[in-house]
Design a protein around this ligand. Structure first.
Ligand SMILES: Cc1ncc(COP(=O)(O)O)c(C=O)c1O
Length: 369
């Protein structure tokens, strides 16, 4: 009988995610599955909370991984923090800002948005008038917009948002583990991420963290959280306290993977991990210059871990990406929306962010172009 798994070859993942998985993380997944209430597993859960707090820059008690990918984290934040008819402002400059709008509208919120041109950042000038003209219950933004390669300046925007008193929600799916996040210092009330980007893990979990203000909002809702699986008031009883209450069966081996990935980053030192991403980005830039290729985003707002490269005139996006995958086993991403056909998205996330991988891509592109 043909086993389809035998047809899988190692592919160098240099797209927008998933990224390459670290060998230590692969090994951790193969450890024996134990019960989700086993004291050893609970010890691992408690350790993950501390690891996430370190990487997110927070002391928030409610800091846990949600079962599901990054979108489950997005949904968790909004479904727990928004009630029907509340005023929400989404600061959007790409696909994932657009997804936030969709999720909030489905919850019956009155959603306003500020829509910046794709490839450009959200700035304080753009938001101050809007924030001052209306009282919002919640304001949300994507930190690292994977669809365009833009790093939104959360630290600069944060004081304005804090002044407005709205709950501040941040998507850190692509940024966590790749650049510094100071959740408490920046006044972020809810943050969500994903395992498959800069954490060098496969997809499957979405770390989230809620501030005291966010927890207060959750605990004093007028209506029940309209989603059983993602209701944090119930999930929290499994992730904290002396008596752990079963909610749903934790994806045990993915939790091992997240533990190992965070263990590796913290052992290396998060600052070193961030620097590794920055250095890989610089090395890629050097190599792109040799190929006369340019980035879409202005230098100040470039993500180190996701590089949107302008496709030169006369070059076929699909031909190049197909050749990279079929002839060189390298996956890169194409553009989305109006950037489709205009940019390639090259990810330098987690275990992928190494010069040897950039050399492999450079050599392949040099032959193809
Ligand atoms: C910034 C951002 N937010 C949210 C998501 C959604 O995450 P997932 O695809 O893991 O559900 C992604 C996925 O690429 C992302 O890059």
């Amino acid at each position: 009988m043909n086993n389809l798994l035998n047809t899988i070859n190692e592919t160098l993942l240099m797209g927008p995610g998933p990224s390459s998985v670290a060998p230590t993380v692969y090994s951790s997944i193969g450890k024996s599955t134990i019960g989700h209430l086993d004291p050893k597993f609970i010890e691992i859960m408690d350790a993950i909370k501390l690891q996430l707090q370190t990487l997110m820059g927070t002391k928030n008690e409610l800091t846990i991984p949600i079962s599901g990918t990054g979108s489950a984290g997005m949904e968790t934040c909004f479904v727990n923090l928004i009630e029907h008819g509340e005023e929400v402002l989404i600061l959007s400059n790409g696909v994932f800002g657009g997804r936030m709008i969709d999720v909030c509208e489905r919850l019956g919120a009155n959603v306003d948005s500020i829509n910046q041109k794709w490839g450009e950042p959200i700035t304080t000038d753009m938001i101050s008038e809007k924030i001052n003209s209306k009282k919002y219950d919640l304001i949300a933004i994507v930190h690292a917009e994977t669809s365009t390669g833009v790093l939104n300046p959360i630290k600069e925007l944060a004081p304005l948002i804090k002044e407005s008193n709205a709950l501040f929600v941040v998507d850190a799916v692509t940024s966590l583990g790749g650049v510094e996040i100071c959740m408490d210092d920046w006044g972020i009330d809810a943050l969500y991420s994903g395992t498959q980007k800069c954490l060098s893990c496969p997809p499957g979990l979405s770390p989230v963290s809620f501030s005291e203000r966010a927890v207060n909002k959750l605990m004093n809702r007028k209506s029940k959280v309209p989603n059983w699986y993602l209701d944090l008031s119930m999930i929290a009883n499994y992730w904290s306290g002396k008596q752990r209450a079963y909610h749903h069966t934790a994806p045990i081996n993915m939790v091992y993977a997240l533990y190992q990935a965070l263990f590796d980053i913290i052992e290396e030192g998060p600052k070193k991990t961030f620097q590794k991403h920055a250095d890989a980005h610089q090395y890629l830039l050097q190599k792109l210059e040799e190929l006369n290729l340019e980035l879409l985003v202005e230098k100040k707002y470039r993500l180190p871990m996701l590089n949107a490269i302008k496709i030169p005139a006369g070059i076929s996006d699909m031909d190049v990406r197909s050749s990279l995958l079929n002839d060189y086993n390298i996956e890169i991403g194409g553009g989305l929306g109006n950037l489709a056909g205009n940019v390639w998205r090259v990810g330098l996330m987690g275990h992928t962010a190494r010069n040897e991988n950039i050399d492999r891509l450079f050599n392949a592109l040099s032959s193809i172009l």
